[in-house]
Design a protein around this ligand. Structure first.
Ligand SMILES: NC(=O)c1ccc[n+]([C@@H]2O[C@H](COP(=O)([O-])OP(=O)(O)OC[C@H]3O[C@@H](n4cnc5c(N)ncnc54)[C@H](OP(=O)(O)O)[C@@H]3O)[C@@H](O)[C@H]2O)c1
Length: 308
C-alpha cells in the first residue's frame, strides 16, 4: 500500500475527510499520514506553506503533488529531484473565470459610477458593446485560456499571448516578444495569468504599460512580480492606466502601508481569485496517485527548465 505523506499540516483540517474520500473513489488503497520516515514515503502532497524543504531523504517518492497551481516557491528547490506536479483543478479554473469575467464586466460597464453615486448624478452614458472593447490575456495556459474563451463568448475581441505559438478557435493568439508588443498595443483590458519565472518578472513595466490604450484597465490574478509596482503607480498617476484590480502581490498579505491600498484607481482583492477547493483538488491528487500506481504517466508535470 503506497504511503502518502500530507506535508502541508496547516491544511490538514480541510483535507482530512476530502482526501481519504477521493482516494477511495479513485480505487486507491493508500496509507495517508502526516508523518513518516522519509525513505518509506511514496507520494508527497505539498503546499508552499509546508515546513518540508529538504526532499533529499525521500528516496522512494514517486511524485511531489502540489496543492497550488503556482509552483515558483518550490520549482527551484535543488533537493527536489522527484517529479513535481502542479494543481490543475476544474473548480480552480471555474473560480478564476468568474473572477476575471466579473472584474472585466465591472470595468467594461463602468459599474462603479452607478454603485458609488453619492451625489445622485444622472449621467446616461452607455458603455460600448463588448465587441468594441479589445481584451488581452497574457498567458494561455489552463487558466488564461479558460478566461480568454469565456470573455470571447461574451463577444470581447480577445487576444491571448503565450510563450509557444498557439492556435485557439475564437482567439487571436500571439507569442514571443514581438507578439507581446502586438498583444498589448491598443488593449483596453489586460489580464495577466502567467506564472512567476525569471522571464515573466516585471513583464508589465514602464515600457509595456505604455502600449495599451490610454486609460486601460489591468487585472492581475497571476502573480505580483509580473508587474513593476512603481511603474504601475506612475502609469496610474499619469492616466495611462485607468485602473488596476490586483489579487496578488510581491508581499502577501499586502503591507498596510503599501500605496496600492490607498490609491483611488487600485482595487485590492486578497489573493482570492481562485482558491484550491479541497474536494476537487483532492480528486486531482487521488487521480494522479492512481495513475502512477497503474504505471500511467503523471498529469500536470512541471517543466523544471521552464519553471512552470
Ligand atoms: N490568484 C489566484 O488565486 C491564482 C490561483 C491559481 C493560479 N494563479 C496563477 O496563475 C498562473 C497561471 O496558471 P495556469 O494554471 O494557467 O498556468 P499554466 O497552465 O502553466 O499556463 C501558463 C501560461 O503562461 C505562459 N507563459 C509562461 N511563461 C511565459 C513567457 N515567458 N512568455 C509568454 N508566455 C509565458 C505559458 O505559455 P505556453 O502555453 O506557451 O507554455 C502558458 O500559456 C499560475 O502560475 C499562478 O501564478 C493565481
Amino acid at each position: 500500500m503506497p504511503v502518502v505523506l500530507f506535508a502541508a499540516p496547516s491544511l490538514w483540517d480541510e483535507y482530512k475527510d476530502a482526501l481519504p474520500r477521493a482516494l477511495t473513489e479513485a480505487g486507491v488503497a493508500a496509507d495517508l499520514v502526516l508523518e513518516a520516515a522519509p525513505e518509506t514515503v511514496d507520494y508527497i502532497v505539498y503546499a508552499p506553506s509546508a515546513p518540508l524543504q529538504d526532499f533529499t531523504p525521500f528516496t522512494r517518492a514517486k511524485a511531489v503533488l502540489s496543492l497550488w497551481a503556482g509552483v515558483e516557491r518550490i520549482v527551484g528547490n535543488a533537493s527536489l529531484t522527484q517529479p513535481l506536479c502542479r494543481m490543475v483543478d476544474p473548480a480552480l479554473t471555474e473560480g478564476m473565470v468568474e473572477w476575471v469575467v466579473g472584474h472585466t464586466l465591472r470595468h467594461h460597464l463602468g459599474m462603479d459610477a452607478h454603485i458609488l453615486n453619492p451625489d445622485r448624478r444622472w449621467v446616461p452614458v452607455c458603455p460600448p458593446l463588448a465587441r468594441d472593447r479589445p481584451v488581452t490575456v497574457l498567458g494561455l495556459g489552463e487558466l488564461g485560456r479558460a478566461c480568454a474563451l469565456a470573455l470571447a463568448a461574451l463577444n470581447f475581441p480577445v487576444t491571448g499571448w503565450s510563450r509557444a505559438p498557439k492556435s485557439v478557435a475564437g482567439l487571436r493568439c500571439l507569442s514571443g516578444s514581438d507578439g507581446l508588443h502586438q498583444a498589448l498595443h491598443g488593449a483596453q483590458i489586460v489580464v495577466t495569468l502567467l506564472p512567476r519565472t525569471p522571464q515573466t518578472e516585471n513583464l508589465l513595466n514602464a515600457a509595456t504599460l505604455a502600449l495599451p490604450a490610454r486609460g486601460a484597465v489591468i487585472l492581475n490574478p497571476g502573480r505580483g512580480a509580473l508587474i513593476d509596482d512603481a511603474a504601475l503607480l506612475a502609469a496610474l498617476d499619469s492616466g495611462q492606466i485607468g485602473h488596476a484590480t490586483l489579487d496578488v502581490f510581491r508581499t502577501e498579505p499586502l503591507p498596510q502601508d503599501h500605496p496600492f491600498w490607498s490609491h483611488p484607481q487600485v482595487t485590492v482583492t486578497p489573493h482570492i481569485a481562485a482558491d484550491t477547493r479541497p474536494d476537487s483538488a483532492a480528486r486531482v491528487i487521488a487521480q494522479n496517485i492512481r495513475r502512477a500506481e497503474a504505471g500511467q504517466p503523471l498529469l500536470h508535470l512541471v517543466d523544471r527548465r521552464l519553471g512552470y
